[in-house]
Design a protein around this ligand. Structure first.
Ligand code: NAP
Length: 199
């Protein structure tokens, strides 16, 4: 099985790769330091990625940016980052990538706990997460050729505690491998339209 992992070099992407590479051939993509270069905020960049990589059995995304700022201070431009990257970036991966996914293949997108457990400064990220979750649930009933789609919604993982701990006050970090297993369930399982909460 050939799996394209976008954001493979990050905290979450590394956990997905560690788990999936046990049973699949992994192709990595991100803006730097991966097999292929892609910026998911750019539809042209996504198109080029799929043209270059060709057919795959699964597309896994662990990338998607957002600005963390209080809503009282956030500018429209700052909020647009989450729209262009985490929300539309992932939706566009599906719209453009569906033609490159083999029959019975899958998409697995990334969301996060912030859409269910509010934190200060997280409204923009939560907006993108909720949009992706709703898109996944609905796209699942339309994708052709047995192609499935799910999203993994982690809380902060242990491996990222030093970076995100100050933001996630009172949240119990989960082991990164639990997130890797959620990606495994999505890629190797048969479910579709699901949100795998690792809270
Ligand atoms: N870490 C956690 O505990 C946690 C918990 C819940 C949800 N999440 C979500 O998981 C996602 C990844 O988080 P992370 O902590 O793993 O972040 P990270 O460590 O910063 O890694 C992000 C990964 O995505 C790539 N990337 C970033 N922007 C990209 C773009 N526009 N196009 C293509 N690739 C891009 C990065 O590589 P390049 O910089 O080279 O492009 C890197 O490989 C985020 O959406 C985050 O909200 C994370």
């Amino acid at each position: 099985m050939k799996v394209l992992v976008i954001g493979a070099t990050g905290f979450i992407g590394r956990e997905a790769v560690k788990e999936l590479e046990i049973d699949a051939e992994i192709i990595t993509a991100s803006r730097s330091s991966s097999d292929y270069e892609v910026d998911i905020a750019s539809p042209d960049s996504i198109k080029k990625l799929f043209e270059d990589v060709g057919k795959v059995d699964a597309v896994v995304c662990a990338a998607g940016g957002a600005k963390f700022k209080n809503v009282t201070e956030m500018t429209l431009e700052e909020n647009q980052v989450a729209v262009d990257s985490k929300l539309l970036g992932q939706v566009n991966l599906v719209l453009l990538g569906q033609h490159y996914v083999n029959d019975g293949g899958s998409f697995t997108l990334i969301t996060g706990v912030l859409m269910d457990d509010p934190l200060p400064k997280a409204a923009s990220a939560a907006m993108a997460n909720g949009g992706v979750r709703a898109f996944v649930k609905t796209a699942a009933i339309e994708l052709p050729r047995g192609i499935r789609i799910n999203n993994v919604s982690p809380t902060m993982i242990v491996e990222a505690k030093e970076k995100y701990g100050p933001l996630f006050q009172g949240f119990k970090p989960r082991d990164g491998n639990d997130v890797g297993l959620a990606y495994r369930k999505s890629v190797f399982g048969r479910q579709t339209g699901q949100t795998y909460e690792v809270y």
